[in-house]
Design a protein around this ligand. Structure first.
Ligand SMILES: [Zn+2]
Length: 314
């Protein structure tokens, strides 16, 4: 709100967003609030947000992404946290919030530290895996998600081990941007709702790290219930497990990818999450980001969410 007031005051014509997902998302909020009345929270869809449509066109934006994780450079959304209400919700969805110009230059990503390279890369990866198994998948989202899954799975371990490897950075950046398109044409699942609730209460938890922590239990839940087995097999194959024939092979490939990227041992307890909070997190996930549950390949109850969190808890 301060930056939007500044932009208004100085008569800025456009907003340049140079940074990672948080910076680009904040930039979209600035662009919207520089031209619209009231408070940003009036325009947030979900939770205690008022869900008002933007009356006026936001300022145009230029996105220069320095990370490969969120796909925010090609979508019309931003994630915003309200520390007073412990809500972390997507804001936007208005076509006028798509960046006017996006620059994806892997040379700007060469100095991202290994752990953050992994967290961000897995965020990009899950955007595509979620869209791919989601109820809103379609031919276009399948096309970009498949390429993204293949590209990130092959090159993320290389980029984590050797951050200066420009080929690996380029391929992960490509996967990230394609995952951004996948989200625009399809929709992520409640894996994202659950993680947002975790990091809404624990701001020190990086989004990608939270997703990694719950991912195996999340996908296992749907695999056990028999949801879209052929899609899990296809994803396992795209991840290099060419002999995949069962949905469970996806879990094996995911475990290996986590291990190869050095993130197989992430613990919720290291970020201050307590076992007693898991019910509260499940309720927050539905209250703030309930819309994404519609994308789940099978309906997920609050009890299912608690079970996934319990199975993920370390
Ligand atoms: Zn994400």
């Amino acid at each position: 709100m301060k930056a939007a007031a500044f932009a208004q005051d100085k008569g800025c014509d456009f907003v340049v967003m140079l940074g990672g997902g948080s910076v680009m998302d904040a930039g979209k909020a600035v662009a919207a609030m520089a031209t619209n009345e009231g408070d940003l929270w009036d325009y947030v869809n979900g939770g205690t947000g008022k869900g008002k449509p933007l009356a006026k066109a936001p300022l145009p934006t230029v996105a220069v992404t320095t990370t490969a994780g969120t796909g925010s450079e090609v979508d019309a959304w931003g994630v915003v946290s309200n520390p007073e209400t412990n809500e972390k919700i997507g804001f936007g969805g208005d076509d006028r919030l798509f960046p006017t110009l996006s620059i994806v230059d892997p040379e700007l990503m060469l100095t991202v530290p290994p752990a953050y390279t992994a967290y961000q890369g897995f965020d990009a990866f899950f955007h595509s895996t979620e869209v791919y198994i989601g109820n809103f998948s379609n031919e276009f989202s399948d096309m970009v998600a498949e390429k993204a899954i293949e590209s990130v799975a092959k090159y993320l371990p290389v980029a984590v081990k050797d951050g200066k490897n420009l080929e690996a950075r380029s391929k992960v950046a490509l996967g990230n941007t394609l995952s951004g398109y996948a989200m625009v044409y399809g929709c992520t699942t409640s894996e994202h709702s659950i993680e947002h609730a975790m990091s809404a209460y624990h701001h020190n938890l990086p989004h990608g790290a939270g997703l990694i922590m719950i991912s195996l239990a999340f996908y296992e839940h749907f695999i056990k219930k028999g949801a879209c087995p052929e899609r899990f097999v296809k994803m396992a194959k795209l991840m290099g497990k060419e002999d995949a024939e069962k949905a469970e092979d996806f879990l094996k490939a995911l475990k290996k990818l986590q291990y190869d990227c050095g993130v197989a041992d992430l613990k919720m307890s290291d970020y201050g999450i307590k076992k007693e909070e898991l019910e509260k997190i499940a309720v927050n996930a539905r209250e703030t980001m309930g819309g994404l549950f519609a994308s789940d390949p099978l309906p997920l109850t609050d009890a299912d969410v608690v079970e996934i969190l319990k199975n993920s808890y370390k």
